[in-house]
Design a protein. Structure first.
Length: 424
């Protein structure tokens, strides 16, 4: 069996439901479970409205801040499975396939994916199990153009230049160089893993990154250790993040950018994925002359193409009822996300859309970067075995940042867990 899988370039309960255009029986209701909350949940619900209007099928969405753990509990209960789940980690999709918890895509859905995506980026042959719904670029640094101008800061051209910019901000301004936090319910820690992945990809290159993801290069390897140490120097040293360690450990990830928008600003930069646009204050204008803009975390050498760490949400189905198949097929088409794309904060690896007409604002720029990037890799922790990459690694990196374990203890525990994982 095969799943949607990236190849090189490539993922408190809140309940909501879309309004149906006609009265429907419960059998005509589709339960969708996902990690989208707040503005993102509303955007997803809006994107389902056309499907509901055209089919008379009701889509009932539930979002969770503890998505992976809650999904596991729902699946293990045997009575509370959703019809569809939007899963950000390919390794969790693998876990669901191994447990025979999800069913393969219908032929109609496979045909829609084939028509709408570049199959060089996705394994959609044989028994495909997921629709690649939303993509994200993790290697994004948001900043305030007016703050950079006020302090005569330049966009860094290399990764070493970035360290220089951080040191200048730290030593000559009242700003913290970064807005950064890791609190995200049971997923606390994931923003730190994104930093490590970006550093490994830049400092060690694609071959070393791929070996690390495949388990051929352990965490107890110089280039991986060096990435943790450089992350500590760049982001975790006293004064480098707004609010210090207390904020790093306790501020909800979706609220991390707050100090970027205060007057005066509390931080100069905010490294977070392309979807962070959805978390900004309403009406935020993104662009060189706007409230905020962004640059891609730079490559190691001047003139090199900046590599991208990317993520993505795959839609999987637990039921093969006709109406569930219809919604899965809809999710694979441009219509399945058109409303969200128009609102902003949505990017996809689709190849069948006009970037200028389909996406709005920053999403248009992100979509072009995603489609044109010559060097990109999927989020390593999302691809590693789920019990490690989407669980143990998060808890251990949190404990290391909090100072309750050493880097050696983090590395040893993660490598031992990876060694204990069964191999294919």
């Amino acid at each position: 069996m095969k799943r949607w899988a990236p190849i090189g370039v490539g993922l408190a309960l809140v309940a909501a439901s879309c309004s149906a255009s006609s009265s429907n029986t419960e059998s005509r209701t589709i339960d969708v479970f996902g990690p989208y909350l707040g503005v993102e949940a509303g955007a997803f619900i809006d994107a389902m409205s056309e499907f509901e209007f055209e089919t008379g099928i009701r889509v009932r969405y539930t979002g969770s801040a503890d998505f992976v753990e809650d999904l596991r509990r729902r699946v293990q209960s045997g009575v509370d499975e959703p019809d569809i789940a939007m899963v950000p980690q390919p390794a969790v999709i693998d876990e669901l396939i191994s447990a025979d918890a999800i069913v393969p895509l219908s032929q109609g859905t496979v045909d829609a994916v084939t028509a709408n995506y570049d199959l060089g980026n996705f394994d959609i042959t044989n028994e495909a199990h997921a629709v690649p719904y939303r993509s994200s670029i993790k290697s994004v640094v948001w900043y305030r153009p007016d703050v950079f101008a006020e302090h005569q800061l330049s966009i860094p051209e290399t990764f070493d230049d970035l360290l220089t910019v951080v040191e200048i901000i730290d030593s000559t301004t009242d700003l913290a160089p970064w807005c950064f936090s890791i609190f995200s319910g049971s997923a606390t820690g994931w923003p730190a893993t994104d930093w490590i992945e970006d550093i490994v990809l830049r400092r060690a290159g694609t071959d070393a990154y791929d070996e690390w993801v495949r388990g051929e290069r352990p965490f107890d390897d110089k280039v991986i250790r060096d990435a943790f140490m450089e992350f500590e120097e760049l982001v975790l040293l006293r004064g480098r993040s707004a609010g210090g360690l207390r904020s790093i450990l306790n501020v909800e990830v979706a609220n991390t950018s707050g100090p970027l928008f205060t007057t005066p600003a509390g931080c100069a930069m905010y490294k977070q994925a392309s979807f962070a646009e959805s978390w900004f204050p309403p009406g935020t204008d993104v662009g060189p002359d706007g409230d905020v803009d962004f640059f891609i975390l730079p490559a190691t050498k001047k003139g090199e193409i900046d590599p991208l760490v990317i993520g993505g949400d795959g839609a999987v189905q637990f039921d093969d009822r006709d109406e569930v198949n219809r919604l899965m097929t809809y999710l694979a088409t441009p219509a399945g996300a058109a409303a969200w794309a128009d609102d902003g904060g949505f990017v996809s690896a689709r190849t069948d859309v006009d970037h200028d007409s389909y996406y709005r604002g920053a999403s248009r720029r992100f979509s072009e970067l995603l489609s044109e990037a010559p060097v990109s890799r999927f989020d390593a922790s999302d691809v590693m075995p789920a019990a490690v990459g989407s669980s143990l690694l998060w808890t251990q990196i949190t404990a290391w940042i909090a100072g309750t374990i050493t880097l050696d203890e983090l590395i040893t525990s993660v490598d031992e867990a990876l060694d204990a994982e069964p191999t294919d």
